[in-house]
Design a binder for this molecule. Structure first.
Ligand code: BES
Ligand code: ZN
Length: 516
């Protein structure tokens, strides 16, 4: 068939196209930007609206598709997609992929690099660059168990395999729930399995998000709020209630901060669960609110009807709407008919979904485990030396809580004492490092700046970059440092991070708009 012969009887249309090196969904990395520094790397990021930059497609989360792909790469490299995947390199660099379950366009994904694979369990495994793959397999050893626990909670896993690929550090997110193959930042490899809740989160998306998908980005909370709830349930089952509660408390702290920032910036509407993103890049309205206020809403509902009923409700929701999209209105109707009315529960749904901030019936996580941390901090502030604090058995979450609660106006001696005693600048845990560096900027703790510079230059995860750069932007000295580091680091960041940071640092057309 020639070109231009589409008729009412046409069943099939072929579109021939080529993409450019600048498509925003693609990040092409030189060997120097990878862990092994030997081969180049490529990965895609589709969510929210970037798939259209590399594939001509109806790029709405409300539209689903299946796909097959043939991908040819240099024979030293392996290609992987959000589809059936190889576990070994092919001889000639040719790979074929099938995704037989219908998915939205934002979940089409491709990664290419010098990758190794290690199985974790029957249905789970890890891909990473050769030098990272053993470490990654150790870190994610709980994956198979997480999968079993998730199925136990909300029904069979419908995507056959669940693998994770650890990407180079410029990956702008913590994780991305590409079906069958979660994309993950290397910053969750802490060496102590402390940051694996991220895997629980991306796995949970195999139900909330990938099976039942937000119909539009205004309904984003249906993806993320449900996923944070599910993630927390997986963590509770695998690691115990204590860990789950710690994560809830830390999540609430993040929410409070986001709510304060948004209302301060005059974006009160972005504190609603149901968003109005018309005329905006959806990426600008996607905040912690969908995650943590969404979680709080579900937690409140759970408390009204009790867990057994709430679990049955969620399970049948995933079954009934599997492989379909869901609007906020359709969900609220379903909620009313299936859960609220039969249980005679009255809640102010409108306050949660279309109102600002955290409604008064939000529960406060009932957790006293951080009291010891608060006590030790108080002891230190009252003059007890850091070396005498009882911190020996603290886990990463306790440290994060401690660091977040350091008061403003600490002296250089105090900051130095903390660093010398607890070796914070040398921490191998990216969450601890980020929380510590934020305090270093706030207290202008010079000795940490080389470490901060290294961190900002080597890590591309937006969640870490934005708070650190914003904190720097609060003072003249900080602004100069931010712009100097950014000039250096910007070429290594992903387009998604660059977009947010350009705005923050007042950068335009690849240059600063102010001289410094
Ligand atoms: N789907 C998101 C990532 C995302 C959101 C990409 C919006 C593009 C636009 C993913 O599931 C996610 O939430 N990742 C978090 C980690 C999670 C543990 C909260 C992240 O990247 O930090
Ligand atoms: Zn998510």
């Amino acid at each position: 068939m020639g070109y231009g012969s589409v008729s009412p009887a046409s069943k099939r249309i072929s579109v021939t196209y080529s993409t450019t090196a600048h498509a925003k969904a693609l990040q092409w990395l030189t060997p120097q930007q990878t862990a092994d520094r030997t081969f180049p790397f490529l990965f895609t990021q589709g969510q929210a609206i970037l798939t259209r930059t590399w594939i001509p497609i109806q790029d709405s989360p409300g539209i689903r598709l299946t796909y097959t792909a043939r991908v040819k790469v240099p024979k030293e490299l392996m290609a992987l997609m959000s589809a059936t995947n190889p576990q070994e390199r092919s001889i000639d660099g040719s790979y074929t992929f099938r995704m037989d379950q219908p998915i939205p366009a934002y979940l089409i994904a491709l990664a290419v690099g010098d990758l190794g694979f290690i199985p974790i369990g029957q249905r789970t495994g890890v891909y990473a660059e050769q030098s990272m793959v053993k470490k990654a397999a150790w870190e994610f050893a709980d994956m198979e168990r997480m999968l079993l626990v998730a199925e136990e909670l909300y029904g069979p896993y419908r995507w056959e395999r669940y693998d994770v690929i650890v990407l180079p550090p410029s990956f702008p997110f913590g994780g991305m729930e590409n079906p069958r193959l979660t994309f993950a930042t290397p910053t969750i490899i802490a060496g102590d399995r402390s940051l694996t809740s991220l895997i629980a989160h991306e796995l949970a998306h195999s139900w909330s998000g990938n099976l039942v998908t937000n119909a539009t980005w205004n309904d984003f909370w249906l993806n993320e709020g449900f996923t944070v709830y599910f993630e927390n349930r997986i963590c509770e089952a695998v690691y115990g209630e204590d860990r789950a509660l710690m994560l809830q408390v830390l999540g609430r702290q993040e929410l409070e901060r986001t709510l304060a920032d948004l209302s301060h910036e005059g974006h009160v509407h972005d504190t609603h669960l149901r968003l109005d993103l018309s005329g905006r890049d959806p990426d600008d309205g996607m905040t912690d609110v969908a995650y943590e206020k969404g979680f709080a809403f579900l937690k409140m509902l759970e408390s009204k009807v009790g867990r057994p009923k709430f679990d049955a409700f969620l399970r049948s929701y995933f079954d009934e709407y599997a492989f379909q999209s869901m609007t906020t209105d359709a969900f609220l109707e379903h909620l009313d008919v299936e859960l609220l009315a039969p249980n005679k529960v009255v809640v102010d749904v409108a306050a949660w979904v279309d109102g600002p901030g955290l409604p008064i019936d939000a529960l406060i996580p009932n957790y006293t485990g951080f009291n010891d941390v608060d006590d030790e901090l108080a002891r230190w502030l009252s003059g007890i030396s850091a070396g005498e604090l009882r911190t020996a058995d603290w886990n990463a979450f306790q440290w994060i809580h401690f660091l977040r609660h350091l008061p403003r106006g600490l002296t250089q001696d105090q900051m130095t004492e903390l660093d010398n005693t607890f070796l914070l600048t040398q921490s191998g845990n990216a969450e601890i490092l980020a929380a510590w560096f934020e305090q270093c900027i706030r207290n202008d703790h010079d000795p940490a700046y080389p470490g901060l510079d290294r961190f900002l230059t080597s890590v591309g995860r937006r969640k870490f970059l934005l708070p650190l750069y914003s904190e720097l932007m609060n003072t003249e000295k900080g602004k100069l440092m931010a712009r100097t580091i950014y000039q250096q680091a910007r070429p290594n960041y992903h387009a998604v991070a660059v977009r947010s940071l350009d705005e923050l640092l007042v950068w335009k057309d690849n240059k600063p708009t102010v001289s410094f």
